[in-house]
Design a protein around this ligand. Structure first.
Ligand SMILES: [Zn+2]
Length: 142
């Protein structure tokens, strides 16, 4: 299978692992890297899986949804209380699970749908990797 991969570096956002028995339970931030691997049924007229210059919709989604955001797990029992106490302090987002693994799975769903829509189904996403501070990485693929 022919694939290509694009990586978005140093996206600053926060999260908290409310069930963690250590410091990950506190709201904290990372500079995140997100790699998206694309595949296609057939390459485009240039021989590309996707034209890297034409997937700006992914960067746009990242900028609009993650830059300086705080991503909470939907089940976080404190999230609503924190946000209501000072709504102006939060650019809050919710996903099913805000672990590295949960984020990789969530981004996979978002980016796969965007790529299919923007390429009329010619290309799709096979893998998303999410790294915290270039050290810890989780991947989700189908
Ligand atoms: Zn973390």
């Amino acid at each position: 299978m022919l694939t290509c991969k694009k990586t978005y570096f140093d996206i600053p956002f926060a999260h908290r692992q409310y069930l963690h028995d250590g410091h990950c339970a506190y709201v904290h931030g990372h500079n995140w890297d997100i790699s998206v691997t694309f595949a296609c049924s057939q390459t485009d007229e240039n021989g590309f899986v996707v034209d890297f210059g034409k997937v700006k919709f992914i960067k746009k989604w990242i900028d609009e949804n993650l830059d300086h955001a705080c991503v909470f797990s939907e089940s976080d029992p404190l999230a609503k209380k924190l946000i209501e106490a000072a709504p102006e302090a939060w650019n809050a987002r919710f996903v099913k699970e805000c672990s590295c693994e949960g984020l990789a799975r969530h981004f996979f769903g978002v980016f796969d749908a965007l790529v299919r829509e923007n390429t009329n189904g010619r290309a799709w996403v096979v893998r998303v990797s999410v790294s915290e501070d270039k050290k810890n990485t989780a991947c989700y693929g189908e």
